[in-house]
Design a protein around this ligand. Structure first.
Ligand code: G6P
Length: 623
């Protein structure tokens, strides 16, 4: 949700900022902009509606930017105000000397806007961000008038600090001022911001993808912290100006992991990366030889986790579907009361959190505002907080008591794929880890670990059927209504299959428990409607077959995901995609793959932008 990149150093800022924006484009892509300060202190701004490429060509076609070594850029996902050029960032203060990029929401912006309007300021956009830019400018002017700062102190830093004291809401911001042309001020509260520390230069960005090309040394700003950056100088402090000693960390992922390589889309790359991602995720944790699960990130809490009375698994979107899979796993394998809940609902329902509760925040990005808020709510009420997160060092990861990283590698496609299967793998390991400490025998543990370790190879087999899935997608992709049905462990997979199709192909799809269909949705079924059944071998197989019959009787076309060797399913289905045999609890990691491919191929055939679907952002950092 909105991507920020800012630079100060010796290099020419513009190409670096545009490249950085392209890497952050998955965070939002309705408009983009750039501001730089040239060597004579001139502030230059370019903004454009649409993708980064539009901004880039507008700079190339007759509106070049002068050489500069400091600047900032932004790619937007609109929250306040339509995606117009005027609403695009950067925003400029009233005097035209300060430029600001912002990720987050200034909640009290209308009150501030009224006060500033009364002071005579006018506004060119409908955004909350412009209000902050004007406020900083106003305070800068005031400080300048008073002129009592010690020599060497940054007026810009003071003005930003004072403005942030007036602001309610969330922000990751970068600010420059033409009167301090070598100073970049950045601050965060609730929205991610990482400072890349290079030699005499700093690259600040919403995530590591825009930094890794320049340096692997980073500082993760905490909430209510800010930094003043100049070539060869930096200072980190709180927004109350209390000095903070910066902790410099090493980035985990390499540059080539962010590249598209030979694939046409990131989503396809990430679907095909799943075997490698899960192998990495299991490595050193699912110990087949010893028949045990080793989870270093939660080891300090092992006893407490085993004794816990209740687990709350929470997330949004695809991560919530993983939470649902986790719910089945925890109750089935660990035999502990578990509830999967939307993070956005958990927080505001005044939840009861008894002693012995563990809340598990599941998130690819580790920045989703709703999930973070739910984690905080749970912890505040006394729960132990765990994270199942992909992005190392992300906000949620840093606020938990312990956690299990996915190690899936960077996920760039907006539709989550490899993060989901890795989330399932992690939750399986968590269930086995807790289960073994409760009631699970060694033989069962070993059998499940063996099955889990076989999953990557089995996914490779499923991926070989990509062309078959493509022909199915081609046949049905003009149909505007689909149903996805599954039972037990495959109910969340039905939801995930429907979500994938909606997100990237804009086909209306509903996912639900197969048994629920006859309680209403069956009325939707008409001649030729595509209905996807996850009908693998397991406890409820016969019941699913009955549901298939009910759909067929009403003219629906059946696409079945079934277990290898099940020939009878062909009698009931128009199309079958097979997955290898696996323990029921492990099947979600296999059965989801054909559904990811189905959505991918349908979207490509329909000419949709698979990696950047309309209206979506990969990381939603507002509630
Ligand atoms: C957004 C994305 C979804 C994602 C959800 C949760 O809505 O569009 O694809 O599943 O956020 O993201 P997280 O980073 O918390 O897993």
């Amino acid at each position: 949700m909105c991507g920020i990149v800012a630079y100060v150093g010796r290099k020419i800022a513009q190409p670096l900022l545009i490249e950085g924006l392209k890497r952050l484009e998955y965070r939002g892509y309705d408009s983009a902009g750039i501001a730089v300060i040239d060597q004579t202190g001139g502030l230059h701004l370019r903004r454009a509606v649409g993708r980064i490429s539009v901004l880039e060509s507008s700079i190339g076609d007759g509106q070049p930017l002068p050489e500069s070594h400091i600047g900032m850029a932004h790619t937007r996902w609109a929250t306040h105000g339509a995606p117009t050029e005027a609403n695009a960032h950067p925003h400029i203060d009233g005097a035209g000397r300060i430029a600001l990029v912002h990720n987050g929401i200034i909640e009290n912006y209308s009150v501030l806007k009224k006060l500033l309007t009364e002071k005579g300021y006018t506004f060119k956009s409908q955004t909350d961000t412009e209000v902050l830019a004007v406020l900083i400018g106003d305070l800068y002017h005031e400080l300048q008038q008073r002129n009592h700062l010690p020599a060497g102190a940054s007026l810009l830093q003071r003005a930003v600090q004072s403005a942030l004291h007036e602001v309610e809401g969330t922000y990751g911001i970068a600010v420059i001022c033409k009167e301090e042309p070598d100073t970049l001020v950045v601050a965060r509260k609730g929205s991610p911001l990482i400072i890349g520390v290079g030699k005499d230069e700093y690259v600040v960005a919403s995530d590591a993808s825009a930094i890794v090309e320049h340096t692997t040394q980073v500082i993760y700003l905490n909430d209510n912290e800010m930094a003043v950056l100049k070539p060869g100088y930096f200072r980190t402090c709180t927004t109350d100006d209390i000095e903070v000693s910066p902790v410099v960390s090493q980035l985990e992922n390499k540059l080539d992991e962010y590249e598209l390589g030979d694939y046409e889309h990131y989503m396809l790359k990430e679907i095909f990366e799943q075997p490698a991602a899960i192998r990495r995720c299991l490595s050193g944790r699912a110990e087949q030889r010893e028949g045990r699960i080793v989870l270093g990130g939660i080891a300090d809490h092992a006893r407490e986790l085993a004794k816990a009375h209740r687990y709350i698994l929470t997330g949004q979107g695809t991560a919530w579907h993983a939470a649902l899979v986790g719910d089945y796993l925890m109750e089935d394998l660990a035999k502990v009361v578990t509830e999967a809940t939307y993070a956005s609902e958990f927080r505001y329902r005044n939840p009861i959190v008894e002693e012995g509760t563990v809340i598990v925040a599941i998130s690819q990005s580790g920045e989703t505002a709703d999930t973070l808020a739910a984690l905080r709510e749970g912890k505040e009420k006394g729960a132990t907080g765990l994270g199942v997160i992909n992005v190392v060092g992300s906000t949620i990861a840093r606020e938990t008591d312990g956690g299990i990283y996915l190690h899936a590698g960077p996920e760039i496609g907006v539709a989550s794929t490899k993060a989901f299967t890795c989330q399932c793998a992690v939750l399986t390991m968590l269930a086995l880890y807790i289960g073994r400490r409760r009631f699970m025998g060694q033989a069962q543990t070993e059998e499940l670990i063996e099955g889990l370790c076989a999953i990557p190879d089995q996914i490779e087999k499923v991926l070989q059927q990509s062309e078959l899935v493509k022909t199915i997608a081609a046949k049905f992709c003009e149909r505007e209504n689909w149903l996805f049905l599954g039972r037990g462990y495959h109910y969340p997979i039905a939801l995930e299959g429907a979500l994938k199709l909606k997100e990237i192909s804009y086909i209306h799809a509903e996912g639900m428990p197969a048994a629920e269909m006859k309680h209403g949705p069956i009325a939707l079924i008409n001649e030729g409607m595509p209905v996807v059944f996850v009908a693998t071998q397991g406890m409820q197989y016969d019941k699913v077959i009955s549901n298939i019959e009910e759909v067929r009787a009403r003219g629906g076309h059946i696409i079945a995901v079934a277990t290898e060797g099940d020939t009878q399913i062909r009698r009931y289905s128009d199309h079958v995609v097979y997955i290898p045999e696996a323990h029921e609890s492990l099947q979600p990691m296999l059965s989801v793959v054909p559904l990811q491919l189905l959505a991918y191929h349908a979207a490509v055939i329909r000419g949709c932008n698979v990696d950047k679907p309309r209206n979506l952002a990969k990381s939603v950092t507002v509630e």
